[in-house]
Design a protein around this ligand. Sequence first.
Ligand SMILES: Nc1ncnc2c1ncn2[C@@H]1O[C@H](COP(=O)(O)OP(=O)(O)O)[C@@H](O)[C@H]1O
Ligand SMILES: [Mg+2]
Length: 279
Amino acid sequence: MTAERPPAYLAATRVTAGYDGLPVIKDVSLAVGLAEVVLVMGPNGAGKSTLVKAITGELAVLGGSLTLSGSDITRAREEDRIGAGIGYVPQVRDVFPPLTVQENLEMGGYRLRGADVKGRQDEVFATFPQLAGLRRRQARSLSGGERKMLAIGRALMARPQLLILDEPTANLAPVVARTVLHGIVSSLAQAGRAVLLVEQRVSLGLDVASWGYVLSDGRLILQASCGVLREMEDLGSLFLGRGAGDLTGRAARDADRGVNDDAADSIADERIGGSENAT
Ligand SMILES: Nc1ncnc2c1ncn2[C@@H]1O[C@H](COP(=O)(O)OP(=O)(O)O)[C@@H](O)[C@H]1O
Ligand SMILES: [Mg+2]
């Protein structure tokens, strides 16, 4: 397993950010290259979504800097970052439920000239043929997997070079989660995009990403290639918290016995408390 990485498309250098001027993440440095899937892991409340919001501009950066394709975006407005190449699929409120699939995509293309919207929409339908057949359906009537596909499609309308996915498999059944990560997320990077993936299903996340960062209590505590992280016996306990050793051990033994990864994932999810109560 090589640890060679592409040049940074997004680089965060010692970023500190939080709410009402109070830091939640501190001195976080991370990079994502084109055609690379980078995984951010950590327990609930570690600051993963806060980090993502500092990158997208939803939250002000209190310290440190951000560059995108070499340009400083530390103080750029949220809408300008989207224009500069960042696509963002938030953990919650990822689509407009009362609007149709087509209308949601149009919302994703609101910065485009009217004439361009249709072409971009066709690009999204080419990427996700399943969505084309659903174009007149309200987003609220979609299955979880279809809805996530739409949320990603909506972000793709702006042709982002960097796609940030905050827990895209939260609340999805294990088999659907697998499809989203192995099918969709991998192909986004194979098409040359940089992908920053926040994911609680750690073993699935490690499968599709090549480099991983572990956040704990607002700080980066570990980074390594996913091959190395996968071999780490104590990785689970780093973010499952106290008493998780048994569970990780059980998951590992189950995996040895041939129980599929999803079993291990759902054990981890249970221990973390699922994502229902995530912010
Ligand atoms: N809007 C907010 N205002 C104040 N504190 C917040 C807000 N959102 C999150 N936090 C706090 O920031 C910390 C990190 O949260 P978050 O980034 O959502 O973690 P994660 O995504 O890793 O679960 C938590 O302690 C959380 O309570
Ligand atoms: Mg979160």
